[in-house]
Design a binder for this molecule. Structure first.
Ligand SMILES: Nc1ncnc2c1ncn2[C@@H]1O[C@H](COP(=O)(O)OP(=O)(O)O)[C@@H](O)[C@H]1O
Ligand SMILES: [Mg+2]
Length: 224
């Protein structure tokens, strides 16, 4: 699908820009071929050094994640990657949560379904790691949740060593925390007591792991 698409004929074949590029973000094109709607996440116009480092890395990571989980209902299909700089995926008709205001009415069970979707993704050994950004969750026109933007995701098989495994689990917990945060924003009355406790009162072990992670991150940032 979309086999004839290249980076150079993309401007002729596209049928709109969903989001313009910025210095750090790719351009998102809309595309249609034989009645199939797709989006293209495209770093090819970003600055040369940026697109060849960060751009290529993010497309590689995101495509890798899609190959692991695109069979799951709620994850768009990956059609193809183009020259390591762009990626064509299924277009999900709907609205991302970044566009939905607090107080909006959501379909019944939407947030249970979202949690369920995250469970199924975790069961495949993938953690999203960027669910706190609401715009990465889409409320589909079919009333179902979809999760996009897998560039920051990590895979359990990369974290097999004992301590690394703890870090991976921390990110799994963070995905759930992000869902609780989204629920607190839109449907606070659906947040259970258990979730509230989990969100507001982390256990000492969790806090310790978080602390170690923060120290590691700060040290790394100083070195790099
Ligand atoms: N498959 C898709 N279907 C529908 N809209 C999408 C899709 N992918 C991205 N979008 C829209 O484009 C926005 C940016 O895409 P995203 O993959 O999150 O890029 P970024 O890494 O720049 O955040 C999303 O918040 C959403 O509104
Ligand atoms: Mg995003």
């Amino acid at each position: 699908m979309f086999e004839s698409l290249t980076l150079s004929n993309l401007p002729e074949k596209q049928c709109g820009i969903l989001r313009e590029m910025s210095s750090t973000r790719p351009r998102i094109w809309l595309l249609q071929e034989n009645g199939v709607n797709a989006i293209v996440k495209d770093f090819s116009s970003n600055r040369r050094v940026y697109r060849n480092t960060v751009g290529r890395f993010l497309i590689w990571r995101e495509a890798k994640a899609y190959r692991k989980i695109q069979h799951i209902q709620g994850v768009p299909s990956l059609y193809r990657a183009i020259d390591g700089l762009a990626m064509v995926t299924e277009y999900i008709p709907g609205k991302d949560l970044g566009q939905i205001k607090r107080g909006a009415i959501f379909p019944d069970n939407f947030f249970d379904r979202l949690k369920n979707l995250v469970d199924r993704i975790h069961a495949e050994g993938v953690a999203h790691c960027d669910l706190k950004r609401k715009a990465n969750v889409i409320l589909g026109d079919d009333n179902l949740p979809y999760i996009i933007d897998w560039g920051a995701s990590i895979f359990s098989d990369e974290f097999r060593l004992p301590l690394m495994n703890l870090i991976y689990r921390r990110f799994i917990v963070d995905d759930y925390m992000a869902i609780i945060k989204i629920k607190l924003h839109y449907v606070p009355n659906q947040v259970t007591e258990r979730e509230r406790l989990r969100y507001f009162r982390r256990s000492p072990v969790e806090r310790a792991i978080r602390h170690i992670r923060d120290i590691l991150r700060n040290t790394l940032q100083k070195i790099v």
